[in-house]
Design a binder for this molecule. Structure first.
Ligand SMILES: [Zn+2]
Length: 158
């Protein structure tokens, strides 16, 4: 939805990343600009400039992806922004695409449980079975796996 030119410099890349984060914050529910900034700082451990946040919100609103209502927050009246249904839909699509990219990037470091086939992101349970280092999500899966192996061996001996 936001098309970028290819000769973007590092600053632009970072601000794209910032925009992406702003979208994830908005996605959680209605929020005012100031809260976007404070949440951003908490999560990304980096300041985001109001001169990025407010124009970006305006841009999104101009495209019909975000709308605002004025609500009293404390003593002040603030603009509370939220996604329109169209904006929300677009964002869901964007996050899905992003999630796919991320899972492709981390795939080589993933283990798969030899018993249940679930993905093991870190740690897991390792055991050497028949001289082979085998990964499981948990020790229960390892036990089931060994029992099945034993049964299979018995069946083969008959
Ligand atoms: Zn398992």
């Amino acid at each position: 939805m936001v098309t970028e030119t290819k000769n973007e410099n590092m600053d632009d890349l970072i601000s794209d990343f910032s925009r992406f984060y702003i979208l994830t914050i908005l996605y959680e529910g209605p929020t005012h600009g100031y809260r976007v900034i404070s949440r951003f700082k908490k999560r990304v451990k980096k300041e985001v400039s109001p001169s990025l946040v407010y124009p970006f919100l305006k841009q999104l609103e101009a495209k019909g992806l975000v709308k605002h209502t004025k609500k009293p927050v404390g003593e002040k009246e603030r603009k509370v922004f939220e996604f329109t249904s169209e904006g929300r839909e677009l964002c869901t699509g964007l996050f899905k695409r992003f999630a796919e990219l991320v899972s492709i990037a981390i795939e080589p470091s993933l283990y798969v449980c030899a018993h249940c086939g679930c993905k093991v992101y870190e740690g897991g349970y390792h055991e050497t079975i028949d001289g082979k280092e085998t990964t499981f999500c948990c020790m229960h899966c390892a036990r089931s796996y060994k029992e099945m192996k034993k049964l299979a061996k018995k069946a083969a001996q008959k």
